[in-house]
Design a protein around this ligand. Sequence first.
Ligand code: MG
Length: 394
Amino acid sequence: MSAELAPYAVDMRQSRGRRVAESPPAWRSEFQRDRDRVIHSSAFRRLEYKTQVFVNHEGDMFRTRLTHSLEVAQVARTIARALGVNEDLTEAIALAHDLGHTPFGHAGQAALNHCMQPYGGFEHNLHSLRVVDELEQRYAAFDGLNLLFETREGILKHCSVARAATLGDLGERFIERRQPSLEAQIANVADEIAYNHHDIDDGLRSGILSLDTVCEHQGFREALDASRAQSPGLAGKRLAYTAIRHMLGAFVADLIDASRERLARHAPRCVDEVRGHGDTLVDFSPDMREDHLRLKRLLFQRLYYDPSVQRIADQAKALVTELFDAFMRDPGLLPPGAAPDGTVPGEARARVVSDYIAGMTDRYAQVEHSRIFGSPQLGAGPVLAQDMSGIIFK
Ligand code: MG
């Protein structure tokens, strides 16, 4: 495999290794081993029941964190292969990037972060690292998954300087303002490409977005025109899917071309020169970057901030906040073994509670809320309450 890698790719021979030394795998590369450990983790399976934009049980056809992660990995692998970098590492990072997500997507994360403010806050990206470093408990010799430095580097996308100072070698780059590997940069942009496009698809399916609304974005309008020109008479869902695919292809092609051009110009000779470069080398062309941001803005204004999405988000925030307060008041409500005794100080107790809530799926959070508060009401308004009764009493 190494022979095919570009000089700026992450290569096992220069790896900074695992925190606990292990003998090499027999049939796989070390990077494949990391990918496989992510896939076999409990946190990865739970992504199936965590919200992307739409609450998990609003419909079986919407993206979940799991299908989102698979789509990110698909986009990321294409780009990694085109740029001649380490595809297995890119895949491992992409599959792991959302392991730390709370139930109810960004609403859940915002609520948990708010609750955790007196105790250092909660940040889902940092929590992804905590999942793979500490919280998964399935190996005899270590807590967590004991992933390679380069996989962990890719998972930790952002971090405050103060927090970085507590993270040892992994935090160094935030203090020294260095970049991560190209594989990490690819997984990061692939995340944005994937959600922009699948959220259009889900938004159309939900009826919150219309084709006319999405056509306010010039790139989509052009993709729609190109689809019609290519297949006259195409209409409805097939037309929408085709246009989304066209646009996604255009973003990926631009990213590959612009990144190749940057790599050729700066010619980093190894991954450390990639890390020492002032900017990310994997990026769109300036025009496409603008277009990408315009698309993000459209999705914020017309989908994520739509009152019907916000109503569920507000209910989810209330539910997470009430769970947090209840567990803090009475740690006896936590499952046996997880509950710290009454002498554990507030901050340590809060971290146990936060880990427990962050690990919940959407529906488990609702079941726990119902167990503690009785009939589904309190934080939950009519829509969520209706869904809760469906789950609990079905
Ligand atoms: Mg993501």
